[in-house]
Write a protein that binds this ligand. Structure first.
Ligand code: SF4
Length: 213
């Protein structure tokens, strides 16, 4: 079976078991998503939602956030780690969006990546979630699942994983597929003790075959 055929089976299976997978970060406005994704580095979506509930209620507009005190933002987000740099980024992203983009979240990866604390992965999440752009944001779950299933090679870097996903999957499926990969990695294909006995992808899974040998 080639990787294109494999990708069709994976996509069909994800649509069967994870048809309702969606972004777990809670946001009401596009800029809140940009800030939430930036805050989610090295922590969980649930922890981010806990702090953004307070942050976005206290500072309900981009203008309010851009004028927030760094110490106060740091205090609000202290439970998620890297609070100093993340607090700086919250304020700086807000100022940049107001000053350079008229308060709107830009449409291109390059412009998004020009915002403080926004790398390729964060930019791709914003593009696929806000604008349904056909991109994949490769986080730890997407990387692990792709490699276990043999869509990418073990020593591929994240950019190579991303390119291989573009090569094999239908581009219109990518925004939803991104969330499905993440949910599949969290619930089934976990880093430790994946639930292989329940998984219908066993026959095409390189990791499962190696485990059996
Ligand atoms: S068989 Fe196991 S390792 Fe392979 S994709 Fe399924 S859960 Fe992941």
């Amino acid at each position: 079976m080639n990787n294109k055929e494999k990708a069709i089976i994976i996509n069909d299976y994800f649509n069967e078991i994870l048809y309702d997978a969606k972004c777990e970060l809670i946001y009401r406005k596009p800029y809140e998503l940009v800030i939430s994704v930036m805050l989610s580095a090295q922590t969980t979506d649930k922890s981010v939602n806990n702090v953004t509930k307070v942050l976005f209620n206290k500072y309900p507009s981009l203008y309010d956030l851009s004028n927030a005190s760094e110490d106060d933002v740091k205090e609000i987000i202290k439970s998620i780690g890297l609070a100093s740099s993340k607090a700086k980024n919250v304020i700086s992203i807000s100022r940049n969006l107001l000053e350079r983009f008229n308060g709107e979240v830009p449409f291109t990866r390059e412009e998004l990546m020009s915002l403080p604390g926004v790398g390729r992965k964060t930019a791709n999440v914003c593009l696929l979630e806000l604008y349904s752009k056909p991109v994949m944001a490769v986080d730890t779950h997407v990387e692990r699942v792709s490699k276990r299933l043999g869509i990418a090679k073990e020593n591929d870097n994240v950019l190579e994983v991303e390119q291989k996903i573009y090569k094999y999957f239908n581009k219109n499926d990518l925004p939803h597929l991104h969330h499905q990969f993440i949910h599949f990695g969290r619930r089934y294909c976990k880093s430790q003790n994946p639930l292989c006995s329940e998984c219908k992808l066993k026959d095409l899974c390189k990791y499962f075959k190696k485990r059996k040998d």
